[in-house]
Design a protein around this ligand. Structure first.
Ligand code: PLP
Length: 410
């Protein structure tokens, strides 16, 4: 009999969202009259903006006519889109990135997972805790996790706690990993790192020869002046970092799928003999072999985001979510719950009331206020005692949720 990849059998089931769904369904069955407000959703709620809708219609027409029909495109993305990305997202902001360092894809989840293909099988990985689970699970699939401990942590992975005690800033690891994942603005905490903090990380990674995988899926939410939106704003990052970006939350592309990854030409690792090898070439080889490009329609839609109307409409969409986030933060302040995030991010990370676990607070919010959150412990051990709220909702439902919270004490 053939054998399967044993590492998959080590992964625990994805308990978090199924358990939330089960608890909500049980509660709704017992209280059919309750109007539940979902404040834990990590998916956008606004439709595509008009510039994108027009571009999609136009692209369908192009695909429908023999003269303009496009089949397979370049695996790394159409040059028009790559040029727009390099120019608008980087060069116009004073960041040195070339169009051929941009690899267009179907989203940041695929890329943050697939990047493990070009890492040594025994690489040591470091992640923040709490963490976007894809970084951990994809490394476990590749055999880099070791064994799962009783506390839910993997024996070969280094965890860098981000809690109220350290201001949600991960400390440099005590022992050198080969690869470190940072995600800022962060999912789930909604916090950002200052230029000084990011400089500390880039300097460390360069000094120690560590690959920095920087997930900037939420960069468009940054509004605080001076907070970097790209790791390449930090000097030296081209030699040590890969950056992932997504149009999902920026432009409501969670359904139509588009993202990109930046692999600078200077970035090198070593092979089994100690020879330097460029990661740009490796990722290009990986993508051209295993990926056939993001769809023509989606890339056309992506191009439309860079038109003046597209840029304006994207900004309006993000402003809308940030205004929801501000409403949530004001409401939490009013009822005396400590929280971070929500000013440069759609996520708000809330301390459970004194002594309550994440799930206890989840139950309280569901039973007393009919509000659904995401328990922080589902994102890692250091997430215990917190819950995540999101701004992805209508303004009316956010206002209603806050009204409920203010109307009865916790
Ligand atoms: N990275 C982070 C930190 C995320 O939170 C998400 C989605 O929730 C993704 C990546 C996935 O993005 P995409 O929809 O582009 O695959």
């Amino acid at each position: 009999m053939f054998r399967i990849n044993h590492n998959y059998t080590l992964l625990p089931g994805s308990y978090l969202f199924s358990e939330i769904a089960r608890r909500v369904a049980d509660f709704q069955a017992a209280h059919p009259e309750a109007e539940i407000i979902k404040m834990g959703i990590g998916d956008v709620t606004r439709p595509l903006c008009p510039a994108v809708v027009d571009a999609l219609h136009q692209a369908v027409e192009e695909e429908a006519a023999a003269e303009t029909f496009c089949g397979y495109g370049p695996e790394q993305g159409y040059p028009e889109l790559r040029t727009l990305i390099a120019r608008t997202d980087y060069r116009e902001r004073g960041i040195d990135i070339d169009a051929d360092e941009i690899f267009v894809s179907d989203g940041a989840k695929s890329d943050t997972g697939n990047i493990t293909d070009i890492l040594a099988a025994d690489s040591k990985i470091a992640v923040t805790d709490p963490v976007y689970p894809v970084y951990v699970d994809t490394n476990v699939m590749g055999g880099r996790g070791g064994m799962l401990n009783a506390d839910g942590r993997w024996s070969r992975i280094t965890y860098l706690p981000c809690t109220e005690e350290n201001g949600f800033c991960p400390a440099l690891p005590a022992t050198r990993p080969d690869v470190v994942y940072l995600c800022y603005p962060n999912n789930p905490t909604g916090t950002v790192l200052s230029r000084e903090e990011l400089t500390k990380w880039v300097d460390y990674c360069r000094r120690e020869g560590v690959l920095l995988l920087f997930d900037a899926a939420y960069e468009a939410f940054v509004r605080t002046p001076g907070v970097p939106r790209s790791i390449y704003e930090i000097e030296g990052a081209r030699e040590t970092a890969i950056e992932f970006r997504s149009f999902s939350k920026t432009a409501g592309f969670t359904g139509i799928r588009l993202g990109y990854t930046v692999v600078p030409k200077e970035l090198t690792g070593v092979d089994a003999c100690g020879n330097k090898v460029g990661l740009h070439g490796l990722w290009k080889r990986r993508q051209t072999t295993k990926f056939n490009g993001a769809s023509f329609l989606t890339q056309r839609a992506g191009e439309a985001l860079y038109s003046p109307e597209g840029q304006q409409q994207v900004k309006e969409g993000i402003d809308f979510y940030l205004s929801n986030a501000a409403t949530i933060r004001e409401g939490l302040d009013a009822i005396g719950l400590r929280h971070v995030g929500g000013s440069d991010s759609p996520y708000i990370w809330v301390n459970s009331p004194e002594g309550m676990t994440s799930w206890e607070f989840f139950n309280l919010l569901l039973e007393k206020y009919h509000i659904v959150c995401t328990p922080g412990s589902g994102f890692g051990k250091a997430g215990e005692g917190y819950v995540r709220l999101t701004a992805f909702n209508s303004a009316e439902r956010v206002a209603e949720a806050i009204k409920r919270l203010k109307s009865h004490s916790l």
